[in-house]
Design a protein around this ligand. Structure first.
Ligand code: NAD
Length: 497
């Protein structure tokens, strides 16, 4: 059986525990990953401590050149990475390429890191006094990432953390650990010194070791909300800087004037793409007015019937299996809950079996109508290919639904009315808004972050927010006296008055 080990400097410690890496297409075990502990982490941290000062002292332009080479290597290996990703995650190859491409775009942002790191300067802030500030790396940072974007999310964090001069230790999901290791190899091939980007595999034991390690100054987490909150609380209590992104339940508001054919196309892709296992999926659609609801439902039903579910290497499939048997059972359990709560099961994706892949974790696209805000299946994240229709009588009701939901990651509005769209964007209580854009993941030079239970901490992922998260500000107040003046009273707090 293929074994996946940590990517750390030094001799590999033997693993005491292993996790199964499944093939979601057929339900079999394709590899096993060594699950690390505090001793493995300590080895990685020692290597990081040894390497980081010289890396931080490397001028930013040279660090950027490593990013340029890394970018070229990812591009050269994108097919290999996409196949590896698809085989462990189950998302189709084209979507796997998208996962890598979105991460690559953060690497491209990092190619300009010298510009992003420029400080501020105030000449003559007082008599003969200049004040300047600089951004310095935090030292050693760690990233803990979910299964659903095994390339993009490690690069959101790791690329920025490293580019600004830190050493970074990644603890990826144990479900699909191969791509993170391959990225670490490519980073090294690009000229990144050993010890600057390492990968430790594991589960809760490794996460706790990271949160408790005194030499790790900052932790970036992406995953489900309860764990995000746990990581945030424990990390902050240990004096670390923590950003922790959580789950989501994104709504798509459909106004009566929207182009419904476009909406249906967008919503189907956003609800069912990657089997709904995206934190920016659109699992709730909110038509405004009964007429809009009826027209939308009719078009959705025929579009959903045309969707094809297949193995992840099937070029004709719109989406593949979900990640594990447990997750399949959980999603199917939510469908049953939704039915028991009184919503209407319009299309049932349960019990889908693909010939020759009987043990695969497949769920067909599922549509539920007449879902209401008091239902548990609406309040919670399902994270599968399940679309819920929540009908709203008017704009204000539609606006209130995502605004009052416990999650506040992304939201979209579909309309031809600029005033309505502008009003919605200004008032909705959600972190990322799409206007006729179903999955509004911001580009790499903006930043990503949800509100409420979708994000703990106060700085977003990547872009300038990422640069701020992975650096600390030092401010210097400097005076060069000529010896001839200043009889001021040194016992009074200095002011610039
Ligand atoms: P998860 O919370 O199960 O796992 C995330 C990470 O936490 C993994 O590395 C895992 O090993 C670790 N972990 C799991 N259980 C733990 C525990 N008890 N204690 C400490 N660490 C633990 O999430 P997942 O199933 O891998 O990913 C799906 C979730 O991630 C969904 O909720 C999705 O919405 C969310 N997500 C959010 C974003 C975002 O940016 N907001 C992006 C992608 C995914």
């Amino acid at each position: 059986m293929r074994q996946i080990d940590h990517f750390i400097v030094g001799k590999m410690p033997p693993a005491a525990r292993f996790g199964d890496v499944l093939d979601p297409n057929n339900g079999g075990v394709q590899a096993r990953v060594g699950l690390g502990d505090a001793a493995v982490l300590a080895q990685a941290v020692s290597a990081a401590q040894a390497a980081q000062p010289a890396w931080a002292a490397t001028n930013p332009q040279r660090r950027a050149r490593v990013m340029f080479r890394f970018k070229a290597l990812i591009e050269r290996h994108i097919d290999e990475l996409a196949e590896m990703l698809s085989a462990e995650h189950g998302k189709v190859i084209a979507d796997s390429r998208g996962d890598i491409q979105r991460g690559l775009e953060v690497v491209e942002f990092c190619c300009g890191i010298p510009h992003a790191l420029k400080g501020e300067y105030s000449q003559g802030a007082g008599p003969g006094i200049d004040v300047y500030s600089m951004r310095q790396p935090i030292g050693i940072g760690a990233g803990i990432t979910p299964f659903n974007f095994p390339a993009m999310i490690p690069l959101w964090m790791g690329a920025v953390a490293v580019a600004v001069g830190n050493a970074f230790i990644l603890k990826p999901s144990e479900r699909d650990p191969s791509v993170p290791n391959r990225l670490a190899e490519l980073f090294q091939e690009a000229g990144l010194p050993a010890g600057i980007f390492q990968v430790v595999h594991g589960d809760k034991e490794m996460v706790d070791a990271i949160l408790d390690h005194p030499a790790i100054a900052a932790v970036s987490f992406v995953g489900s909300s309860d764990i995000a909150q746990y990581v945030y609380s424990r990390g902050v209590a240990a004096g670390k800087r923590v950003q922790a992104m959580g789950g989501a339940k994104n709504h798509g508001i459909v106004m009566p004037d929207a182009d419904l054919d476009q909406v249906v196309n967008d919503v189907c892709g956003a609800a069912f793409g990657s089997a709904g296992e995206r934190c920016m999926a659109l699992p709730v659609v909110v038509p405004v007015g009964e007429e809009t609801a009826e027209r939308l439902r009719e078009k959705l039903v025929s579009a959903i019937h045309a969707l094809q579910v297949g193995i992840s290497t099937d070029a004709d499939a719109h989406f593949g299996p979900v990640v594990t048997a447990q997750h399949k059972a959980k999603v199917e359990g939510w469908i049953q809950t939704a039915v028991d709560e009184g919503s209407e099961l319009v299309i049932d994706g349960r019990n889908l079996v693909l010939q020759g892949q009987e043990q695969g974790f497949f769920i067909g696209p599922t549509l539920l109508d007449h879902v209401t805000a008091d239902m548990e299946s609406y309040k919670q994240e399902i994270f599968g290919p399940v679309l819920q229709i929540v009908r709203a009588p008017d704009f204000e009701t539609a606006l209130a639904l995502p605004s009052q939901h416990q999650y506040g990651n992304g939201v979209a509005i579909f309309t031809r009315n600029g005033h309505v769209a502008r009003e919605f964007a200004a008032r909705v209580n959600v972190g990322m808004v799409g206007i006729n854009v179903p999955i509004p993941v911001p580009v790499a030079y903006h930043s990503f972050g949800g509100w409420k239970r979708s994000g703990f901490g106060d700085q977003n992922q990547y872009g300038m927010e990422g640069v701020r998260f992975w650096t600390k500000v030092k401010t210097v107040t400097a005076r060069w006296p000529d010896g001839g003046d200043d009889a001021s009273n040194a016992f009074i707090i200095p002011t610039m008055g």
